[in-house]
Write a protein that binds this ligand. Sequence first.
Ligand code: SF4
Length: 380
Amino acid sequence: MLSLYFHIPFCEHKCLYCDFYSVENMSSMETFVASLEREIELRGREAGGRQEVGTIFFGGGTPSLLTRAHFDRLFTRIHEHFRVAADAEVTCESNPGTVELSKLTEFRAAGFNRVSFGVQSFFDDDLRFLTRIHTAEEAERAAESAYRAGFANVNLDLIFALPGQTPERWRENLRRAAALRPAHISAYALIVEENTPLAVMVKNKLVAPLPDEEDAAMYEITIETLAGAGYRQYEVSNFARPGYECRHNMAYWNHADYLSFGPSAHSFRKDSQVTGRRWWNVRSVQSYIDALARDEFPVSGGEEVTREKFFDEEVFLGLRSTGVDLGRLERLYGAGIVTGKEGLLQELERSGLLRRQKSVIALTAKGYAVCDEIARRLIG
Ligand code: SF4
């Protein structure tokens, strides 16, 4: 199965913590959509309809700034050039400040069956701090409107470990998210990314990041509260009601092939079961438009995913999500490659960080909190 990702690089306002590629100037939106159509045609011809498409994801940026007419054009191109499975998961990321019932109804009619809202917090002062354009009330209304528009599969994104955030306020955020009955909740710790206004504020000591212990305590609260509300954790930051795990994200974590479109988008193709290649597009709307006007792929770089790198990624991505099948790895990479670490595996099991079911190892809730460290020890 193939997955398709579309990066829509426009935002009404750049949030202070965000390092995704997006611009506030939307004057090139029409030309951009035409370029995106062209990129779909070029990649579609190259792919030759060999693989069926199982998931489609519009992310950004703010895809919900596009109109029904834009999506109709894009879906027409997608269906002309790719074989999309009848039950494909088709997601649109949406900013709660840019959608209302009529727009969500149009998105549903255009072909989306999943909507993901960047809610981040149900406290207006948090949202103001994050420089989000929406309010808590708009976020709640957006989720309710999505149900009324016919979306059964709704995700809410939340951010914890905000400067000065208390455990009680974070619990209240989780409670209000669960009360909206979404099928899926993603909860990420706030990361201070380089070259963002937030990084400058931290450097100038205008805000202090939450200490690591408080961040870790909030992560534990997340896992406990969402488990109590009926959400199963299936990745470090992702929680779903049974059957609503995000298939698009699972494709990334399972090393499935994905083609990505739009500026800054990354693609991946396997060459064999244990090697592949990754490439990425230019990080500029204008360069993207210019390349496609010349009928060239707007690619700015790439890398081989060697057997060694592929192995490291398999372990890392598997541990972050639903587990690693050691039997399969040994068949692909040779006996002893991970089971040679039997002592370490037993120690992690005894500490309650890891569990085993036949040949599959998976992290426990406690293990997810130290996932990177465990992966390093298993790979190293
Ligand atoms: S709306 Fe999303 S993509 Fe746009 S700046 Fe804010 S966080 Fe980044």
